[in-house]
Ligand binder design. Sequence first.
Ligand SMILES: [Zn+2]
Ligand SMILES: [Zn+2]
Length: 108
Amino acid sequence: MDSNGAPRLKLTVITDDACEPRSCRGYGGPLMPSAKATAVFCEDACRSRHWRRARARTEAVKAGVTASCPQCGAVWTVGVDRPVFAVYCSPACRKRAWHTRRAPSGGV
Ligand SMILES: [Zn+2]
Ligand SMILES: [Zn+2]
C-alpha cells in the first residue's frame, strides 16, 4: 500500500486518541490533558500504588486468607474482594452494625 514512498502523517491517530475520554488506570480519575499519549496513570505515585495493590492481590489469592462479615456472615478473600482492613462486607453492613451499637435495646 505504501510502496509509493509517501510518508503517512500520524496526525489522525493522535486526534483520535485525544477525543477518547482517558482515565487513570489506578485512580480512575481523568488524566491530565498534559499526560503523554501512552500514559495510563495520572502520576508516578499512582502507578506504583496500582502495582503494589496488584501484587498484594496476587499474594492474597495465593495465601487464600479469608475473613467474614460480623454482621451477615459473608465470607471473602482478604485483599481481593475487599481491602485488607475491611471489617464488614459492605457499607450497608457497616451502617447496620453502627446503628445496632448506637441504639442499645435497653434504652437510655
Ligand atoms: Zn491516578
Ligand atoms: Zn455483611
